[in-house]
Write a protein of this length. Structure first.
Length: 120
């Protein structure tokens, strides 16, 4: 049976994992074993606590939106516009061998090869 640590105000308790939901409903936060970092926050029951929680969350959302805008700007400045590759016309299967040979004759590589063969 494992235990978790819960905290409400200055009260720190170690309770069984099975009772986690009960303590969350009572307003306790689940914290790390030292009681420092909140792992799971309880939903407060009173209006003032809810108001504070909403304010904190709104500030966090604002910061995250600003960060998102900065990252998008950085990403767009680093990216070059992507050009779509030109589609090549499909080669017809009925093409005769002569036309292929003619095309090969005009390529620079074949011209060099022809010059070498003619010099021999």
């Amino acid at each position: 049976m494992s235990n978790i640590t819960v905290r409400k105000a200055n009260v720190l308790l170690t309770v069984p994992v099975e009772q986690k939901e009960e303590y969350l409903n009572k307003g306790f936060d689940v914290v790390d074993s030292r009681g420092n970092a909140v792992i799971e926050r309880a939903i407060p029951k009173d209006v003032n606590a809810l108001s504070v929680m909403v304010q904190e969350l709104q500030e966090e959302v604002k910061k995250l939106k600003e960060e998102n805008i900065k990252l998008k700007a950085q990403l767009s400045s680093n990216e070059k516009p992507v050009e779509e590759p030109k589609e090549e016309e499909p080669v017809e299967a009925e093409e005769s061998e002569e036309s292929v040979e003619e095309e090969e004759e005009f390529t620079p590589i074949n011209k060099r090869n022809q010059k070498k063969t003619t010099k021999k």
